[in-house]
Design a protein. Sequence first.
Length: 336
Amino acid sequence: MQLETQRLILREYTMDDFDALYEIMSDPETMQHYPSPFDEARTRRWIEWNLENYEKYGWGLWAVILKETGKFIGDCGITLQDIDGQLLPEIGYHIHKKYWRRGFAKEAARTVRDWVFENTNYDEIYSYMKYTNVGSYSTALANGMKKVKEYPDPKNEISYAYAITRDEWNSLLKFSKASQENLNQIFDLYQKAIKKMDEQNIPQWDEIYPDRATLEEDISKGQMYIGKKNGSIAVCFVLNEECDEEYQNGKWICPDSHFCVIHRLCVSPEFQNQGIAGETMKYIEEICRLQKYESIRLDCFTQNPYSRRLYDKGDYAVTGYADWRKGRFELREKKL
């Protein structure tokens, strides 16, 4: 069993993880919201408990590994916990204090959340914590959970419980890399968008571009992303470092920066006017920061008022112009 995120690998524990886990669980600062730090015996039992969970349920807490270095930095996963007298599925997470405030818990917990709804029959998932654990409930909030309970707890004095239902999860916009299985839906989305733009007198795209072969290549290169909502693809976009030579016309804000380029951002007509594009831009900026890009560049059709408004609102400055087959495009950039 293995899950991957932009920066992390989640895999099953082994007893070889003992030393790295003990460094985390024995630290008083890390364990300040627990009754006490773990000793060696309790740390060893923690790993054994999860190995038993894998055998019994097929899931448990998984070791969190930093892709960049291969280093063990914590754990995250799903276990059954007593929450105010009920045994409920709970997402838990522990991250080494050296890696706090970098979004690793949120990134891991979000992936676990999605895995649970996609691979189990649970219709509600919880996270619970001591009332003083601001970092833990902030992570729960960031992943779409809401506070559902506050109750006396002998272990925590007072515990907070946060939860998200399957219906609430379905309504979230969830991003992932596109696969070849998505190609027909993606191509259909672009065709519907082109028809809608034609109705609005925005001659930006046509049967020549973006064509099916271009979209298929985007997917095969691992550069096409999709955002799903209620089980349907709501938005598509491409991220890479490629740009046409006309980008030389830009008087870039960060001329020598490590930059990423957005291509072919497209919201399905069925999901337009729902804030999808703005939410997508926030996600793009988040993953570009995670990948240590210094700026984002793009081009925007001057006859598309909706795109121009989106990028104006996001503070993407016009740095120049390029003239292509369909007309004039603005070159834009935002420093991260």
